[in-house]
Structures are given as C-alpha cells and as structure tokens.
Design a protein around this ligand. Structure first.
Ligand code: SAH
Length: 217
C-alpha cells in the first residue's frame, strides 16, 4: 500500500464524490492512479490538492475534479477508442487508459510527451499511443473515435475533431477566451451525423490550445 493511498481516498471523497460524480468505475480508477507520480518532485505534497499544478513548459496538470467531470461526460464503457488533445502530465491519459480500450493522445511539447510516456509505461498503460504535434487537426489515420477530449482551451468548436467522431460520439472541450471558458459536451447525432447537440458543463480555466483550430503562440 503506498503512502499516498489515504490522500487519494480523501481526494475522491471530498473533491469528486461530494461534487456529484457518481460513476463507480471512474471513482475506483481515481482512487488507484498515483497522481503524485505526474507532478514535479517539489510539488508531490500538493499532488492531491483541490487545484491544478504547474508541470513545466508553462502548462498545468488539471484539477482532479475537472478530470473527473470531463471523463464522466465521455460515458466510457470500456470498448471505446478515445482521442485526447493535450497529453500534458499524462494523468488524464492514464485514467482514460483504464476506462477505455485504446487511447490516442497528442501533445505539442515533445518534452512533456516523453515524460508522460515514461510514467504511463511504468503504470502498464500499454493501450496508449502518444504523438507529438498539433492535435487540433485530430489523428486522421486512427479516426473515427467514440470519444474525444481536449484538455486545452479552444476559441471555437474545433471542426477537424468533430469530423473525427463516430455518429453518437462525444467531444468534451473548453471553449471561450484565453482567460476563461465554458466546458462543453458535444454529441454527434446518430440519425443525422451533421447535427451536433451541445451541453454546457459549467465554467472553467484551461491553458490555451495552440495551433490550427486554436490560438497562435
Ligand atoms: N490533461 C493534461 C492537461 C495539460 S495542459 C494534464 O492534466 O496534465 C494542456 C496541454 O495541451 C499542454 O501540455 C499543452 O502543451 C497541450 N497543447 C496545447 N495546444 C495543443 C495542440 N494544438 N495539440 C496538442 N497539445 C496541445
């Protein structure tokens, strides 16, 4: 039993379950993934706190609750192919890896992608493929996806990503200004794949998506 287990249990109880996240599989996975491995050594004691933390390269690991909220919105049952834009620390990636069949993750900063890959290998997340590049184009060779999650904020709906969803597929993405955004769950209609329904999951603050469907650097 690792010494962070208690902190993890408390994190799930007070930050996740207390805020109406109820998917039992998701709660179980968040109780097992060692979040402290994904933060810098100097921040280990804060790894289970109720906030984002810097991970270098001017990027952040998301707040645990936001990770839970976004993951729950994807409705994963275990057989999905998932695309993630913004690997960052790899923490969200690890959670997706435990809840879906395959995870494809794109990160534009090579150093972050390498670090995430190492930790994910240590945690036996062999169903994850990571690529370095502009994820706002999606991952055409591996499309379509049952679910897409963007963990960097976009100025508008990233059209390439919508096109890479299966009918009935879901895209969770923060949309707004560089300072603040609204988290949206977009669902591609089964009957008419050109139709997208949009659900507002609340306000949020993410680092910027940089690239074709994002901002210039
Ligand atoms: N889920 C990650 C969030 C990291 S922050 C975590 O919790 O650790 C968002 C990440 O998106 C950053 O690492 C940033 O470099 C990356 N990013 C920004 N624009 C991108 C783009 N166009 N393609 C891929 N990654 C991008």
């Amino acid at each position: 039993m690792d010494r962070y287990r208690k902190q993890r249990t408390r994190m799930v109880e007070t930050q996740i379950r207390a805020r109406s996240i109820s998917d039992p599989q998701l709660l179980k996975v968040m109780e097992t993934i060692p979040r402290h491995l994904f933060v810098d050594e100097g921040l280990i004691d804060q790894a289970y706190n109720d906030n984002p933390l810097p991970i270098g390269e001017k990027q952040t690991i998301s707040q645990p609750y936001i990770v839970a909220l976004m993951t729950q919105a994807l409705d994963l049952k275990g057989r999905e192919r998932v695309l993630e834009i913004g690997t960052g620390s790899g923490y969200q990636t690890a959670i997706l890896a435990k809840l879906a069949d395959r995870v494809f993750s794109i990160e534009r900063v090579a150093a972050l992608a390498t670090r995430a890959r190492n930790i994910l290998d240590k945690l036996n997340c062999y169903n994850v493929a990571i690529r370095v590049g502009d994820g706002s184009y999606g991952w055409k060779e591996e499309a379509p996806f049952d679910a897409i999650i963007t963990t960097a904020a976009a100025p508008q709906i990233p059209q390439y990503l919508v096109e890479q969803l299966v009918p009935g597929g879901k895209l969770v993405v923060p949309i707004g200004s560089r300072e603040e955004q609204t988290l949206f769950k977009l669902t591609r209609s089964v009957e008419n794949p050109a139709e997208i329904t949009k659900e507002d999951l609340g306000g949020c603050r993410f680092v910027s998506l940089i690239g074709e469907s994002g901002w210039k650097e």
